[in-house]
Design a protein around this ligand. Structure first.
Ligand code: DGL
Length: 284
């Protein structure tokens, strides 16, 4: 089990590619002393169009690798598609805590809405799984939910195209259901989508609040390390997130199953200076 600020083992996290770096950024900012191992499975992305069983197998392989090879103390499934397909089975199988991004995102969504008309966009796999529809219903919040799948968005981000005319035209088409539903708050239910926030905001209009799960997930990680309930009002964070005296600088390791040079070039632009070297996963 994770044992709080004194446990020097790394936090492990993974995504199909670059998207989970939005969550990594939030975790590094909130928990600057924590070591991190990030796997971007760019050699096998996108996960969104794959059958759930296949995504589950990939998620178990990567999470097992993080625990067995990197001895991580906690695993973050920094991918909505993998969270939808495998969070429950990973939590049942692994001996360390496993956190996903769906529930934290939904908490932010229902907290942010003013009129109660909310939207969630995600990959085909995530939206078809019904995971968001269930998670929103489980909150009991009196909201009207509209979901839309956005096939193609992930590929644009992985190619470093977040603002072209092409992605704008695609966004206008794919976001039509949530525009028509007049949602006042839209959850970016794919960890890649915050990189398209400007395009999405242009299409949705300036009155619509865009919410991502990254910050709320980081708060949940901090609460898990402290053994607290992330939703609790008094989950204040204690000593986690502050510099731990006597501990060396945090190590942030990044691994990719695809082109490691591309991962370093684009990843360092997306995440920041912490991503300066990229290692190859054993299955690359
Ligand atoms: N970042 C992943 C997610 O949150 C992208 C999925 C994909 O690879 O299609 O769902």
């Amino acid at each position: 089990m994770a044992s709080g600020p004194g446990d020097e083992r790394a936090i492990g996290m993974f995504d199909s590619g670059f998207g989970g770096l939005t969550v990594a950024r939030a975790v590094i900012d909130l928990l600057p002393d924590e070591h991190l191992v990030y796997v971007g499975d760019t050699g096998r992305y996108p996960y969104g169009p794959r059958p759930q069983g296949q995504v589950r197998d990939l998620a178990h392989q990567i999470a097992g690798f993080l625990v067995d090879t990197h001895d991580v103390k906690l695993v973050i499934v920094a991918c909505n598609t993998a969270s939808a397909a495998a969070l429950g089975s990973l939590q049942a199988e692994l001996a360390v805590p496993v956190l996903g991004v769906i529930e934290p995102g939904v908490r932010s969504l229902v907290a942010a809405t003013r009129a109660g008309r909310v939207g969630v966009i995600g990959t085909v796999g995530t939206i078809a799984s019904g995971a968001y529809q269930r998670a929103v219903a489980d909150t009991g919040a009196p909201v009207e939910l509209t979901c839309a799948a956005c096939p193609g968005f992930v590929e644009f981000v992985e190619r470093d195209d977040t603002g072209s005319d092409q992605v704008h035209v695609l966004a206008e088409r794919l976001l039509a259901p949530v525009v028509e539903a007049k949602v006042d708050t839209l959850l970016l239910g794919c960890t890649h989508y915050p990189y398209l926030a400007r395009t999405i905001a242009d299409v949705m209009g300036r009155d619509v609040v865009l919410v991502s799960s990254a910050d709320e997930t980081a708060f949940e990680v901090r609460a898990a390390l402290l053994g607290e309930d992330a939703g609790a009002d008094d989950a204040g964070g204690g000593g986690v997130g502050r510099r731990v005296p006597g501990r060396g600088p945090a190590r942030h390791r990044f691994l990719s199953s695809g082109d490691v040079d591309w991962f370093r070039r684009l990843g360092s632009r997306l995440l920041g200076p912490e991503l300066d070297t990229v290692e190859r996963t054993p299955w690359a």
